[in-house]
Design a protein around this ligand. Structure first.
Ligand code: G1P
Length: 364
């Protein structure tokens, strides 16, 4: 087998999951459109994929995929061809990957789960996959709670000996993070993999089948930033991690009256900031209005959001959300597009809230 290059590799991005752990936000939009640092997670993923030299990506979407299509229309990075294939029924991640079989053809492919972000923009992984050209390559990371993940057991050379999906018994603390590289023959294995719990076909089970035939799947133990955006707390953690790299700046069209924002605060075009104190890393989008507020990072505030007479700490505030009168604070929360939080009488606070798009919360 000759060598391959990144341009020969196709990227498959499963995006059809219901995102139940991110409800109510996922009642109104697919999880890959939820923002980390004011940008949909799928935007971060496509940029990373394009940066590796891969030129073709296939999104596996649910039948209700209009919003993702709209996003792709305006936001597909240069040099990347992105197509969608529909997964009609939720039959698991393995089945989602099988849906991309025709698109991939006989090309080598990577699978990039639509809710994972990596600090190295997946460059190392793709380089290792194309240079080693193994039968399979899995990006792994040591985790504290392996029972929530597929895990891999490695031998001393880094070959995968065993793969188990969400095992209650301890097998390994190396989680399969959601980045895989395979040759096209993996589709044949997936096609004969029996569904597991909940009738779902799992990639991990198919990997175990490959291993039972012959070794040749390798693990890449990755120690860099991996943000698995499955649950609200993980979204906030991912947001915090990415904000850690934020370089402060105030757009020349923004207006700041009051204390100057610190070096880790970025304020976007046309935003108005009056009498507002910032702490830590804060990203403010375009056209926001912040008045008499304390914004304590990590915090990202998306375009046209309005915050008045409130304290906000460790939060993702999405487009056009309005927060008024929360002097006691909005803590560790995610507030959806067009949501409204009002506290007209006093020191009310919210902690750990996930407020759906367009929802209204009023404290008296
Ligand atoms: C999926 C995979 C699991 C992997 C995890 C990474 O699980 O089935 O093997 O460890 O992604 O996030 P899910 O998060 O869909 O339950």
């Amino acid at each position: 087998m000759g060598t391959i290059q990144a341009g020969d590799v196709v990227c498959v991005i499963p995006c059809a999951g219901k995102g139940t752990r991110m409800q109510p936000l996922t009642y109104t939009r697919p999880k890959p459109l939820l923002p980390v640092c004011n940008r949909p997670i799928i935007g971060h993923i496509l940029e990373a994929v394009a940066g590796t030299g891969i030129t073709q990506a296939c999104l596996v979407v649910s039948p209700d995929h209009g919003q993702l299509d709209d996003y792709l229309q305006d936001n597909t990075p240069c040099g990347l061809r992105v197509e969608s294939v529909v997964q009609d029924e939720p039959k698991g991640l393995g089945h989602a990957v099988l849906c991309a079989r025709e698109f991939v053809g006989k090309a080598p492919f990577i699978v990039y789960l639509g809710d994972s972000l990596y600090g190295d923009q997946i460059k190392q992984f793709v380089e290792r996959f194309v240079s080693g050209w193994p039968k399979g390559l899995l990006r792994l990371q040591e985790v504290a709670e392996p029972q929530h993940y597929g895990v891999a057991m490695l031998d001393e050379d880094g070959r995968v000996r065993r793969g188990v999906e969400k095992s209650k018994e301890f097998v390994s603390d190396l989680a399969i993070t959601g980045m895989y590289g395979f040759r096209w023959s993996f589709f044949c294995t997936l096609a004969r993999t029996m569904p597991g719990e909940g009738g779902e076909i799992q990639i991990t089970d198919a990997i175990q089948e490959v291993l039972e035939e012959e070794p040749g799947v390798w693990g890449e133990v990755y120690e860099g930033l991996w943000a698995d955006c499955g649950r609200p707390s993980q979204f906030l953690a991912a947001n915090a991690e990415l904000l850690g790299e934020l370089v402060g700046a105030v757009d020349p069209t923004a207006e700041v009256i009051g204390p100057p924002p610190g070096s880790q605060v970025r304020i976007g075009p046309d935003s108005l900031v009056h009498n507002t104190t910032f702490r830590g890393s804060v990203l403010v989008g375009r056209g926001c209005r912040l008045t008499n507020a304390t914004i304590s990072g990590p915090c990202s505030i998306n375009d046209e959001a309005v915050i008045a007479d409130s304290v906000v700490h460790n939060a993702i505030i999405d487009e056009r959300a309005r927060i008024q009168g929360f002097r006691g604070g909005v803590w560790d929360s995610i507030v959806g597009i067009d949501a409204e939080l009002r506290n007209d009488g006093g020191n009310g606070s919210l902690s750990g809230a996930v407020v759906g798009d367009g929802s209204c919360v009023r404290l008296g």
